[in-house]
Design a protein around this ligand. Structure first.
Ligand SMILES: Nc1ncnc2c1ncn2[C@@H]1O[C@H](COP(=O)(O)OP(=O)(O)OP(=O)(O)O)[C@@H](O)[C@H]1O
Length: 464
């Protein structure tokens, strides 16, 4: 039975909607303020949330991102007062399902609800139909789930996809996952790092060459495009591909045919293209540093992998997985202290997952045979960053105590409250990942059974 939560301070509206939805055979609940609404939401699994904008203890629009962080990712329908279009852009950008007027007809409510439930049903059956092989991708944040959904969709077709994101966010990992989930999985996955190819040889590396094409070409050479025949070609750092070659590549992409350097004969290659970049290609197109026609061709599907600092709930999972992997290799398992985790959560990770994994390696090596990792085992710049942040936060909270307390959304929480939220998210993810198996959860997290039970009780997590 679909479960619906209404968060609105108007008691009459809540009661009317609960009655209406119950009659439609749905289970409906309500909360009259944001705090209770979020508590109710995070202690259960709702399909749809009807959310008011102006609530006694905050703005509903600012809670969208928090609601979307729920592992069950409910659909959100914003309800506003008469003629109030405040925040429509923000709501739509945050991918809410709908934005409706409170005084609209019952039919409007029902129509929006039915469509949202239909969509949810379809999404769930799609997920059940084809479970995606995650390969080595770790993370349960909403952002990673969205990227996995795109991966699943992209692996069902042959359309070129462009993956963007800062360095170390996992662009190559997702590219490989697309290949491994596609019908091309048995064939080659060829990686071309456009930034590392010597400029005068790029063309020959990509397209191949025939003997005598240039001074050092003493034999025919098969290019990387041909090697990807039947498989996937991954153009990493595509923003670095010289403009002249973009034109030649565009043709190869459209026709699946091209001419190796110095050859008179065209050859064919049936490859699927996945490209990646940390650059803003649209801006490069505007400055004429990237061909517009090539951009549109390679970016038929787009996937943006967000930086790690915007999905901190993934940090704890990455930490436990990496520690376990290390245990298998080194035969030695370190435990982690709370303050160590707090420091990881407090840092902003400009080098993203790559930097996090390297940092864990560094800390383990620094701790050597000491069994528990503390913040003193972290690189100095991370410790200094956290200490400075703590001092800054303390100063800010001392200078504006009232305004701080009023603001609930995550970006305005104090570091300690933020950490607490992250810990809660970690325990939730841990239990979902281990399907409630306490023994595995203890082994993965390094927590004692008693400590884990205490956390489950504290955060009111059912353990399943
Ligand atoms: N979600 C993830 N789960 C597990 N490991 C990850 C994840 N994301 C990235 N990594 C690891 O982080 C490192 C960097 O990942 P990857 O090379 O895919 O990033 P990238 O975005 O392609 O980086 P660059 O732009 O610098 O080439 C790799 O060791 C990869 O395995």
């Amino acid at each position: 039975m679909p479960k619906i939560l209404i968060i609105d301070d108007d008691y009459i509206i809540c009661k009317t909607l609960v009655k209406k939805f119950t009659r439609l055979n749905h289970e409906a609940h309500y909360s009259l303020n944001l705090k209770q609404g979020l508590e109710k939401l995070f202690s259960d699994q709702f399909d749809i949330v009807f959310l008011d904008v102006i609530l006694p203890d905050g703005n509903g629009l600012e809670a969208i991102e928090i609601i979307k962080d729920h592992p069950f990712t409910p659909e959100i329908i914003i309800m506003t007062g008469d003629g109030n279009s405040e925040g429509v852009e923000l709501a739509i950008k945050s991918k809410v399902w709908d934005y409706i007027q409170k005084n609209g007809s019952h039919k409007e409510f029902q129509f929006s609800l039915n469509r949202a439930l239909e969509y949810r049903h379809q999404k769930q059956s799609e997920i059940q139909r084809k479970p995606i092989k995650r390969e080595a991708i770790i993370g349960n944040s909403r952002q990673i789930k969205i990227c996995l959904e795109t991966t699943s969709k992209a692996s069902n077709n042959d359309v070129p996809i462009l993956i963007t994101g800062e360095t170390g966010t996992g662009k190559e990992l997702f590219a490989k996952a697309i290949h491994k989930n596609s019908v091309r999985q048995q064939n080659n996955f060829i990686v071309v790092d456009c930034a590392a190819l010597p400029e005068h040889l790029v063309e020959s590396f990509l397209f191949g060459h025939s003997k005598g094409a240039f001074t050092s070409a003493d034999s025919d050479k098969v290019g990387l495009i041909k090697l990807a025949d039947g498989g996937t070609l991954f153009l990493d750092e595509v923003g670095e591909l010289p403009l002249v070659l973009q034109k030649k590549f565009l043709r190869a992409l459209q026709e699946k045919k091209f001419r190796p350097v110095g050859s008179k004969k065209e050859i064919s290659s049936n490859f699927r293209l996945v490209s990646a970049t940390h650059r803003n290609l649209r801006a490069m197109v505007k400055k004429r540093r990237f061909r517009e026609d090539f951009y549109f061709r390679i970016a038929s599907i787009k996937m943006e992998i967000p930086p790690l600092r915007d999905r901190k709930s993934d940090i704890a999972l990455l930490l436990t997985h990496h520690m376990n992997r290390k245990e298998k290799i080194d035969g030695y398992l370190h435990n982690v202290s709370d303050e160590f985790v707090d420091n990881l959560l407090g840092y902003d990770w400009p080098g993203n997952v790559r930097e996090l994994l390297n940092t864990i390696d560094y800390a383990c090596s620094d701790a050597f045979q000491e069994s528990i990792l503390f913040s003193k085992h972290l690189p100095d710049h991370i410790r200094a960053f956290n200490i400075k942040n703590r001092i800054k936060n303390r100063k800010e909270s001392e200078s504006t105590p009232c305004s701080k307390e009023k603001s609930a959304p995550v970006e305005r929480l104090r570091l300690k409250e933020y950490m607490e939220k992250m810990k809660q998210q970690y325990v939730t993810d841990l239990m979902s990942h281990t399907r409630g198996d306490i023994k595995t959860a203890c082994r993965l997290s390094g927590l004692s059974r008693g400590h884990l039970y205490a956390l489950l009780k504290k955060y009111n997590i059912s353990g399943l």
